[in-house]
Design a protein around this ligand. Structure first.
Ligand code: F6R
Length: 263
């Protein structure tokens, strides 16, 4: 794991965008795993800027989103398909047919989830997965207790997640109770992972998943089992970490040696 801490949300987002750009330059037909929510908005804004001002092209890129609310039409303003279109895809040169977001209206959900997994495999697997983290430590919509071997499936959302996500809906009653999400096992198969977190309310789950014991009660702790994870934090989200000095030393050494150093 590597932990990169920046003063502000903007700096953190730009740093994460630089990593994505670097990987895209190395592999033009990269397969990206993408997340929704408030956290990656700054990152997507920066990628759009890079596309418009620096010619960063998404022509050969494929994307797979982590999750979607179950029951929402793709045209629903709170659906994750709508989110991705309006916050990223409509502003870059990606082929829409290369963008996959789970279908919240899938009839045979089990079969659909299998199909989604097959599409990831057919694309050659996810090269770089982008994650946020929930206040309860969830990744994707894998709530506390999710199996580390779980695959794409239908899940029930936790009370905490429903409350947290009600800010996007007119009332809490409108928040869907179920979702389709890639599993923890699916996420761990990505060749590389980045997780972004900002703000004081993420400080606890961040400290838990980076420095705490591995437990399915904090699903993000599964990332300790992956060899190539970079965590991008602002200072507030990093505020409960114990080994900040070491993470900073590692980052500085990495710059001096011009080599990536992984914990
Ligand atoms: C969204 C997702 C979730 C969010 C998490 C944090 O696709 O997979 O795990 O990353 O709920 O959400 P925000 O960024 O809104 O705090």
């Amino acid at each position: 794991m590597r932990v990169i801490i920046r003063k502000t949300y903007e700096e953190m987002s730009k740093e994460a965008a630089l990593l994505i750009k670097d990987r895209m330059m190395k592999k033009k037909d990269i397969v990206l795993g993408l997340a929704t929510g408030s956290t990656p908005l700054g990152l997507y804004k920066e990628l759009i800027r890079m596309h418009k001002e620096e010619g960063l092209s998404f022509k050969n890129v494929k994307t797979f989103n982590l999750d979607e609310y179950y029951g929402l039409e793709p045209t629903h303003p709170q659906s994750y398909r709508y989110f991705m279109d309006t916050n990223l895809f409509n502003h870059i040169d990606i082929e829409k047919s290369n963008t996959y977001v789970p279908d919240g209206k899938a009839e045979d959900v089990e079969k659909y989830c299998q199909w989604y997994e097959e599409q990831i495999k057919k694309a050659g697997g996810i090269d770089l997965q982008v994650l946020g983290i929930g206040r309860d430590g969830h990744i994707g919509f894998n709530e506390p207790g999710s199996s580390f071997y779980s695959r794409t499936r239908l899940v029930a959302l936790d009370e905490q997640t429903i409350k947290d996500n009600s800010r996007f809906f007119k009332s809490i009653d409108e928040v869907p109770r179920f979702a389709i999400t890639m599993g923890v096992g699916t996420i761990l198969e990505a060749k590389e992972i980045i997780l972004l977190a900002n703000g004081k309310n993420k400080a606890k789950p961040v400290a838990q998943f980076i420095e705490g014991p591995i437990t399915s009660l904090v699903p993000a702790t599964a990332l300790q089992l992956h060899p190539k994870v970079t965590v991008f934090l602002d200072e507030e989200a990093a505020s409960e970490l114990k080994r900040i000095d070491y993470y900073k030393f590692t980052e500085n050494s990495s710059k001096q040696l011009k080599k990536e150093i992984w914990l």
